[in-house]
Structures are given as C-alpha cells and as structure tokens.
Design a protein around this ligand. Sequence first.
Ligand SMILES: Nc1ncnc2c1ncn2[C@@H]1O[C@H](COP(=O)(O)OP(=O)(O)OP(=O)(O)O)[C@@H](O)[C@H]1O
Ligand SMILES: [Mg+2]
Length: 398
Amino acid sequence: MNDDKVRLLLVDDLPENLAALEALIGRADLETHKADSGTQALELLLTHDFALAILDVQMPGMDGFELAEFMRGTERTKHIPIVFVSAGSQELNYAFKGYETGAVDFLHKPLDVHAVRSKVNVFVDLYRQKRTLSRQLRALQEAQLEQEMLMAELQKTQAELQLAIRNRDDFLSAAAHELKTPLNVLKLHAQMRERHLKHGDNSAFSGEKFAKMVTRESRLVETLVRQIDDMLDISRIRTGKLYLRPTEFDLGEMVDDTVGQFSEQLAATGNDLHLTIARHIVGRWDQFRLEQVLTNLVTNAMRYAPGTPLEITVTRHGSGARIAVRDHGPGIPQEHQQRIFQQFEQASGGASGLGLGLYISKQIVEAHGGDIFVQSIPGGGATFLVELPLEGGSESEG
Ligand SMILES: Nc1ncnc2c1ncn2[C@@H]1O[C@H](COP(=O)(O)OP(=O)(O)OP(=O)(O)O)[C@@H](O)[C@H]1O
Ligand SMILES: [Mg+2]
C-alpha cells in the first residue's frame, strides 16, 4: 500500500445513512468505501488500507461492536481507528469492552456536521502523519543499511589495498636483492679490470682465466636481462597486455634449439640431458613465449635439481602436443604443487629467484588454451607437463 490515497470506511446497513454520512463528511480528497454489512466491511478491510472506519453500532447480523472485535483481533486491521455511530445513550456506547488498544471515538445521532468533520479531520491528520513518519523511518533504515554496506566494502577494499601494497613492497625488496647479486659480481669484475689496467697488468686480459670471466659475466648479464623481462611480463599480465604472436612451427625443433642453448650450462650443473622428440608436431603458437616457458623449466631443473639426469620429451597428446621436463631432484611436496604457479611463490624458502617463472609460464600456456602442471613425489624428482592444443591462441590475446 504505497499509494498516497487516504481511505475512509463507512459501515451502515441503511444505504440512505451511508449517503448522508458521506455528504456530511464532504471531503473529496478522501477515497470513501461503503459497506452495508459487517461481512462486506471485513472484505474491504482485508484488501484496502484505511485511515478510519466509521461503524454503525446497530446492524442486523454482525453489529458494529462485533465488527470492531474482529478488527482488533486481526493484525492487518488492529490499528485502524474506529468511530462508532450510535443512537443509544452514552452508557451503551461503552459496551465495547474488549477495546483497549488503538483509537476509538463515538458519534451520536442525530449527527452534528461539525462533530463529524472535526473527528474525521483529526483521524485523517493522524493517519497522514503516521504514514509520513513510517516512510521517513523506512528511508532512514534503507540509508543506514546502504551506509553499512558501503562501509564494509570500503573496509574490504582498504584491507586488499594494504595487502597489495605490502606485496608490492616485499616484491620490490626481493627484486632489488635479486638484481644486486649479479650486479655486485659484475662491479667487482669491473674494479678488478680497472686495477689491472692502472698497473699495466696485461696478462689479466688473456688466457683461460679471462675467457672464464667473460663467460661468467655474459651469463650474469643474461640473468639480469631475464629477471627484468620477467618483471616487465608481470606488469604486462597485470594490465592484460601479454599478447601472443602465433606463427606456424615444429614444436620439437623449437624444443631442440632452445635446450641446445643450455648445453654448456647443463654440463656445468651436472645435469645429464636426455631428449626424446616426436617429429612433425606442427602447430601455431607464440614461439618466443614457448621458448620462455621451456627456458624457465630447464633453469629451474638446473637450479633445484643439479647433478641429476634431465629428461625432456615432446609427444603428441590427444589432439594436441605435450612437453615433459623431468628431473630427479628433491621434488615438490604435494602441498606446494599448486602454489608454485602463483606469483612470488617459492616452495623452499630462501631459494634464489623471484618466484615469477612458473607464474609467467602458466599465464603463457593458458593464453595458448593449454595447461601446465607438475607431478612429483618428494625425493622422486619433478615432472613438469605442458599441454598445448595445436592451434595455440589467437593474435593479440592476453
Ligand atoms: N624442478 C624443480 N624441483 C623442485 N622445486 C622446484 C622446481 N621447479 C620449481 N620449483 C619450486 O617452485 C618455486 C617456483 O618456481 P619459479 O620458477 O616460479 O620461481 P623461481 O625459480 O624461484 O624464481 P624465478 O623463476 O622468478 O627466477 C621455486 O622457488 C622452487 O621452490
Ligand atoms: Mg624459475
């Protein structure tokens, strides 16, 4: 009942009384409903919201008092003010005993126009005020609820923000530390060379020692470049700008070439390489990105499983392809097997690296519509599996 109408209920068994009463009240702004029996009045009471009911006390069947008892006993109607119209004495008027709550009043026949109007006015005004108040209250409650919701949302956002800031700080200090380690070595080498130059010590710039130094330095530079690339990739992934540039190529050849670049390093870390490659698995993928995935898996194997055999296989898998990188190192406990694919997550504390490699790899593989996961029993090495559809992703897709 959210309309603005104010309804009035008149109940009298005589139609001429009803008409006379309506005329006496004389208010066109009210919606008047007339009932010629208690039963009809009850029907109206159940379908409409009334500001006031004016009941004739003496009616055949259900009289005015009985109707009032009914109204008091019903939740919906119990607060409607009632004005009884009676011809009898004052005493008789108080016969309605059950009536304790809510407003009640009496009009006596013959009806006096001023008495009728002033009573109607009082109850109508009361009704209007009550309605306005309850509307304001409802609006207030709604506003309060909304405010509470906003507040909760704000607190949640704030907590998320604080966590994000802390993560960013942690990442920055880890990144700085990571970058500084190779940089310190390079700086040391540079200082050494400076000293040799100053003292005219040319022997330091030739021979096996010098070659070793150069190799070591270019590896450090490569590491630095890779780490910076990883950080850039992270921000590309965050902003949804990790685009794929698929071209058609043979997956086995790509794996062969990429792993080939690590032969010296694998020898240095004591990882015996076993390659098994199914030929002619041709598809469309982003070659640079898949090389990046493989590089990370091989680097991880050298880092976390040095001195153990490394088996890399490329096979058909269903309608797609599969690259498996299996080492025989310490493996990864079950509880870390999902986590290591998340940002900044490392299974073993204090490991070198930023914990970005597998996260980036996962984003790349998933952008290709593929899947990457690990199978491992602690102590039994780890097998990283990269499964790819032959049509790996479309152009310009995150
Ligand atoms: N072959 C593996 N054997 C055992 N643990 C591994 C292996 N590969 C990865 N992990 C674990 O998973 C973690 C996450 O690897 P990920 O490549 O994401 O990061 P990272 O190698 O630590 O650093 P980044 O790759 O950024 O230099 C590693 O820190 C390591 O704990
Ligand atoms: Mg890594």
